[in-house]
Design a protein around this ligand. Structure first.
Ligand code: ADP
Ligand code: MG
Length: 690
C-alpha cells in the first residue's frame, strides 16, 4: 500500500473540514482559527455535527476533551455520544457546546495551590487551531484547560498566547522591510525524539525501570558504546517491525514521522517528524511518545523516555528545531545569499542571541527536569551552559557588524551553501555540542529532555522573542518611511546586541574543559541542576516577559514554581523508595546467596583469594545495610520537612547523594557475583537483548 493512502485517515484536519462543512461555515472556522472572530453557536453546532458523523463512521463511540495539565502529561475524560431522547429512545448526539467547552473536575490536577477543592471547577475549551483525531473508539478534541476564575491550568493556553504575541510583533517588523504584507507569523517547531527500547522480560525484573524508567544500580557492560558502531547502524529486526507499526499509526493520525535510526548508545533510537506549527508539533510529539510506548509493548519491548536509563552511555534528548515564518512562508532565519543585507534575518537572529543571553536561566529551567539532570552536563548532550552556535561565516558577519568593520563581499559567495542547505561549507557548520545551534534556516535547541513536554521551552522562546523584538520594533518604527536610516538602525541594533550579549556566541567544542573556564570568564550561568536553575529564576525579573505580556499572572508563576519544587521532591523520593526496596529484595539477597555459596566451597579448600573475595562481598553487604538504614532515616526525615523549598533542597542534595553513594558500592560488588546469584538483569543482559 502507498504511504499516502492511509495518511491522515484518523484526523479531522483542514481538508476534512473543507470537505464535510458547508463552505460558509468552513470560512467562519478559518476566521476563528486566525483569532479574528469568535465562532458563533450555529457554526459550532455544524462543525460538531460533521465531526460526530465522521467519527462515528470511523468507529468512534465516545469523545474526549484532551488537555495537558501542568505536569506536562496528557489528560482526558471519555464521554459517550450516546444520549436519550425525550421519548426515551437512544440517540447519538454531539453539540457545538460540547465541542467548545467541557467541565472536568479540576481538583485532581496539579494547580500549585491556585485552586482549592471547594472551587474545583475547571473548564476545557476547544483549541480550534489543532486537529481532532480518533484513537481506538474515541474522538480526541485538543483543548486548553482553565480554572473557574480563568487561571491557566495547562501548557497549551500559554503556548497559544505566546505564539500570538510573537506573531503580532514579528509581523510588524517583517512588514517594515517587505513589499508583501504579512498578516501573521507562525512558529514552526520540528521535534526529534530519542528513546530507549528494552526487552520486556528483563524490564519486568527491575523495579527501578518499572518505577522510574532508569536503572539505579548496574555495573557497566563489558561493551558499551565505545566502538561507536551503533549510530545509523543496522536496526535490529524486532525494532524494524516496531518502527513499521509506529509509522502506520502516526501516518494515520496525519503525523509526518520522517526519519528513524539507531542512536549512539546501546538500545537507543530516534524518531523525527517534519516540523509543524508549534502547538501541533507538540500535540504530535505527545501522541508519538504514547504510541512508541504502546507499540513497543506489542513487540515485547518497553520504550523508556527517561533521559538517562543507563549510566555510562549517552542519554536521550528531544531536539527542538525552531523557526518563525510569515503566513506566506518567509522564514525569518533564512539567511539567503546575502545575509548582511537581509534585515529580517539580522534582526531575528540578533533577537535569538539576546534571548539566549538574557534568559539563560529560564531556558535551562524550561528544558529541564529532575530526570534530565542526569543527562545535561555529561560528556554528551549539550552541557548545562547555554551557548549559541552560528557557524564561522555568520559569526564573522555578526562580529564585523559589532566592530563596525567593513563586511567583505568576497565572503558573501560562501553563503550560497546555506541556501543549498545540504552542502555544508565547513564541518563546524554541524557543531553538535552547543545548546542552541544555527542549522541553515532554523535554530536547534538541544537541551530539552526526551521525557519533557516541549511546551515550556517554546512558551519561553516565544515570549522572550516577542519581548526582544518588541524593543527592536520601538526603535525602528519612527524610521519606517526612511529606508536609509531604517537600515542604519538595524545595524545599530545588531551591534548593540553583539556588544551586550555576544558573549553567548561560541563556536568551539562545548564539551571541553576550556569552554567551562571560558564561560565562567564570560559570566555565563552554569546551573548544576534543575533545582539550582529554579532557585536562581526567583531572582529574575519576570514581570516584563511574562506578566506584562499576559502570558502568566504572578499567581500562576508562583504556582509553577511550587509545582516544580514538588516535581523535584516526588522524583527524588521515588528514587529513594525504589532503591530501599531493591536493596532488601534484590541486591542484598544476591550478595547473601553468593556468600552462602562461597562458604560451602571454603569448607573444602583454604583458597586465600576466594576468601578475599568473600571478605570483600561481606564488607560490601555490611556497608550496604548500613547505608540502607541511614537512607531510610533520611527518607523519613525528608518526608517530614514542611517547607517546600527546604524539602526540595534536602531531597536534591542530601538524599540524592546517598542514592549515588549506594550505587557505587553496589556496582563495585556486582562484578564479583556469579551469574546464577544475580537477581537483576545486568547491563550486559539488557544491552544485548534486542
Ligand atoms: P538534523 O538535526 O539531524 O540535522 P534535520 O535537518 O533533518 O535533522 O531536521 C531536524 C528537524 O528539524 C525535523 O523535525 C525537521 O522537520 C525540522 N525542521 C526543518 N526545517 C525547519 C524549520 N524551518 N523550522 C523548524 N523545524 C524545521
Ligand atoms: Mg538534531
Amino acid at each position: 500500500m502507498k504511504t499516502t493512502e492511509n495518511f491522515g485517515v484518523k484526523v479531522f484536519n483542514k481538508e476534512k473540514m473543507k470537505e464535510k462543512l458547508p463552505y460558509p461555515i468552513y470560512l467562519k472556522w478559518k476566521d476563528a482559527q486566525r483569532v479574528e472572530k469568535d465562532l458563533d453557536k450555529e457554526s459550532a453546532d455544524a462543525i460538531a455535527h460533521a465531526m460526530k458523523d465522521w467519527a462515528i463512521a470511523n468507529g468512534a463511540t465516545h469523545f474526549a476533551h484532551w488537555f495537558q495539565p501542568l505536569n506536562g502529561h496528557t489528560a482526558k475524560k471519555y464521554v459517550a455520544f450516546l444520549d436519550r431522547t425525550v421519548d426515551g429512545d437512544p440517540i447519538e448526539r454531539f453539540s457545538g457546546k460540547e465541542l467548545i467547552k467541557g467541565e472536568p473536575d479540576a481538583s485532581s490536577f496539579p494547580s500549585g495551590g491556585m485552586r482549592s477543592t471547594f472551587e474545583a471547577r475547571g473548564y476545557t475549551y476547544w483549541d480550534l487551531t489543532a486537529n481532532s483525531f480518533i484513537i481506538g473508539n474515541v474522538l480526541y478534541i485538543p483543548t486548553i484547560f482553565m480554572s473557574y476564575y480563568g487561571e491557566k491550568l495547562d501548557k497549551r493556553g500559554p503556548l497559544l498566547d505566546s505564539c500570538n504575541i510573537l506573531s503580532d510583533v514579528g509581523r510588524d517588523i517583517v512588514n517594515l522591510f517587505s513589499d508583501t504584507h504579512a498578516y501573521r507569523m507562525r512558529v514552526k517547531v520540528g521535534l526529534e525524539q530519542e528513546f530507549f527500547l528494552v526487552d520486556k522480560k528483563l524490564y519486568d525484573k527491575r523495579s527501578d525501570l518499572i518505577n522510574i524508567g532508569r536503572t539505579l544500580v548496574g555495573a557497566p557492560s563489558p561493551k558499551g558504546q565505545e566502538f561507536e558502531d551503533r549510530y545509523f547502524g543496522q536496526i535490529p529486526k524486532r525494532v524494524e517491525e516496531f518502527y513499521k507499526d509506529v509509522d502506520k499509526r502516526l501516518w494515520e493520525l496525519g503525523i509526518y514521522s520522517k526519519t528513524e535510526h539507531n542512536e549512539n548508545a546501546p538500545l537507543q533510537f530516534e524518531l523525527a517528524s517534519i516540523f509543524e506549527n508549534a502547538n501541533v508539533a507538540i500535540d504530535d510529539n505527545l501522541l508519538c511518545m504514547n504510541i512508541l510506548k504502546e507499540e513497543a509493548l506489542k513487540h515485547g519491548m518497553v520504550c523508556l523516555l527517561h533521559e538517562k536509563p543507563f549510566d555510562g552511555v549517552n542519554g536521550s534528548g528531544k531536539h527542538n528545531n525552531y523557526s518563525i515564518t510569515t503566513n506566506y512562508g518567509l522564514n525569518c532565519f533564512e539567511p539567503g545569499e546575502d545575509p548582511y543585507n537581509n534585515n529580517v534575518f539580522l534582526l531575528f537572529t540578533a533577537a535569538i542571541i539576546k534571548v539566549c543571553h538574557k534568559y539563560q536561566t529560564l531556558l535551562r529551567l524550561c528544558s529541564s527536569s529532575p530526570s534530565n539532570d542526569y543527562r545535561l552536563g555529561g560528556l554528551e548532550a549539550p552541557p548545562a551552559i547555554i551557548s549559541v552556535f552560528l557557524g564561522s561565516d555568520l559569526e564573522d558577519l555578526f562580529n564585523a557588524i559589532r566592530d563596525d568593520e567593513e563586511y567583505s563581499n568576497d565572503s558573501k559567495s560562501k553563503f550560497r551553501a546555506y541556501s543549498l542547505k545540504d552542502i555544508p561549507l565547513d564541518t563546524s557548520d554541524r557543531n553538535r555540542t552547543s545548546a542552541m545551534s544555527f542549522t541553515g534556516n532554523k535554530f536547534e535547541f538541544r537541551m530539552l529532555g526526551s521525557s519533557k513536554n516541549a511546551s515550556d521551552i517554546n512558551i519561553c522562546l516565544n515570549t522572550a522573542m516577542a519581548e526582544v523584538l518588541g524593543e527592536m520594533k520601538d526603535i525602528l518604527m519612527p524610521y519606517k518611511d526612511d529606508k536609509i536610516n531604517l537600515r542604519k538602525k538595524v545595524l545599530e541594533i545588531v551591534k548593540d546586541v553583539m556588544k551586550k550579549h555576544g558573549d553567548i556566541v561560541y563556536s568551539g567544542d562545548n564539551y571541553s574543559k576550556e569552554w567551562k573556564e571560558e564561560a565562567i570568564k564570560r559570566g555565563l550561568k552554569n546551573h548544576k541542576n534543575y533545582l539550582e536553575a529554579l532557585l536562581d529564576a526567583k531572582n529574575l525579573d519576570l514581570k516584563k516577559i511574562f506578566i506584562d505580556s499576559n502570558i502568566f499572572t504572578s499567581n500562576e508563576l508562583r504556582a509553577l514554581y511550587e509545582i516544580s519544587c514538588k516535581e523535584i521532591i516526588n522524583y527524588n523520593l521515588l528514587e529513594v523508595k525504589t532503591l530501599l526496596s531493591m536493596l532488601t529484595k534484590d541486591i542484598c539477597q544476591s550478595l547473601q546467596s553468593e556468600l552462602r555459596d562461597i562458604e560451602e566451597i571454603l569448607k573444602f579448600t583454604e583458597n586465600k583469594e576466594l576468601k578475599k573475595i568473600y571478605d570483600t562481598i561481606n564488607n560490601c553487604l555490611s556497608d550496604l545495610y548500613n547505608k540502607y538504614f541511614d537512607l531510610k532515616l533520611s527518607y523519613e526525615h525528608a518526608v517530614k520537612i514542611e517547607n517546600l523549598e527546604d524539602k526540595a533542597k534536602f531531597t536534591q542534595n542530601d538524599l540524592h547523594e546517598k542514592v549515588l553513594d549506594i550505587r557505587e558500592v553496589s556496582d563495585k560488588v556486582e562484578v564479583l557475583i556469579s551469574r546464577k546469584n544475580l537477581n537483576l538483569p545486568t547491563y550486559e543482559d539488557m544491552f544485548n537483548s534486542l
